[in-house]
Design a protein around this ligand. Structure first.
Ligand code: AKG
Ligand code: FE2
Length: 286
């Protein structure tokens, strides 16, 4: 046997700049990938955009997945070969265990996999994200004008980001408003009516509005959590006791959402709509 020549296994860095189709960098990258596939049939990809933190968290969660009871793992079944759970067995190996998550880039698939494996996490509301892109024009010179009327949010929660032109105001005490100045790396998290109901009134659905002044237009972007069809908003039993009697009836999120935007509800103050829709006790009169 001859002396084994030193073998150079291909290591290719995927830099963001080279991933732009048609550029010189992209052509060079394609050439190296093709050569590696022709010679070795594989290569090491160096890609720094996936942080080591994300990788660590992923493997941390996998350890939790391995710990779920076998009866639950068996629910990860599929009529397709190689798509479901396989535990240690003679056909594969006594050392092997594997789960299958098909269509993994689809958020709903990931959610339903997680719900099969961790069904008790009832705190988790399965939702879709509605994003709205908003522009508020600068008011006439010297004016302080309403950009968006005062309201509490109807989705479960909202994350707002703006372009540093302030305008968002929150009501801290009855009638006392503060204007937020979000830093370039901040977002504002807002509790919506359904989250208030879910928490049996513990969390505050804050009244907020947009008031414009100055000469700059304002851009904002909001991501709203909208529960999937059929989601029932129900306070967990741990949050209900003698000191904290149940404040709201269980309700279908979409029924409330449609109610809040319906004609009859237009006459109800935004912050009172939850009370009007789901209250179990008559309103307290002063
Ligand atoms: O544009 C903003 O800052 C707030 C938007 C908002 O409150 C909403 O769309 O519910
Ligand atoms: Fe809002």
């Amino acid at each position: 046997m001859g002396v084994q020549a030193e073998i150079q296994f291909p290591v290719i860095e995927f830099r963001s700049a080279d991933l732009e189709r048609g550029t010189d960098g992209w052509h060079r990258l394609c050439k190296r990938v093709r050569e590696a596939c022709e010679t070795f049939g594989c290569f090491e990809v160096v890609y720094e955009k996936i942080s080591s933190k994300v990788r660590q968290e992923t493997f941390g969660l996998m350890k939790e997945l391995i710990e779920v009871p076998v009866e639950r793992k068996q629910k990860n079944a599929s009529p397709m070969p190689y798509h479901g759970w396989v535990g240690p067995c003679n056909q594969v190996s006594l050392l092997y265990e594997g789960f299958g998550l098909g269509d993994a880039s689809n958020y709903d698939s990931v959610k339903s996999f997680a719900q099969l494996m961790w069904p008790d996490e009832s705190v988790m509301i399965n939702y879709k994200t509605l994003v709205r892109f908003m522009k508020y024009m600068a008011p006439p010179p010297g004016e302080y004008e309403r950009g968006l009327f005062a309201h509490t949010d109807k989705p479960v929660s909202t994350i707002i980001c703006d372009d540093q032109v302030s305008g968002l105001e929150i009501e801290v005490n009855d009638g006392q408003w503060i204007k937020l100045s979000l830093s370039p790396s901040s977002f504002c998290f807002v509790v919506g009516d359904p989250l208030k109901a879910w928490s049996n009134g513990r969390l505050k659905a804050v009244n907020h509005r947009v008031m414009m002044s100055g000469d700059k237009d304002r851009l904002s972007l909001a991501a709203f959590a909208i529960p999937i069809e059929g989601t029932i908003i129900k306070a967990p039993k741990e949050l209900i006791d003698e000191q904290h009697p149940q404040l709201y009836k269980d309700f279908n999120f979409m029924d409330f959402f449609l109610f809040a935007f319906s004609d009859p509800a237009k006459h109800i103050d935004s912050g009172e709509q939850l009370q009007a829709f789901a209250s179990l006790s008559p309103p307290i009169s002063n």
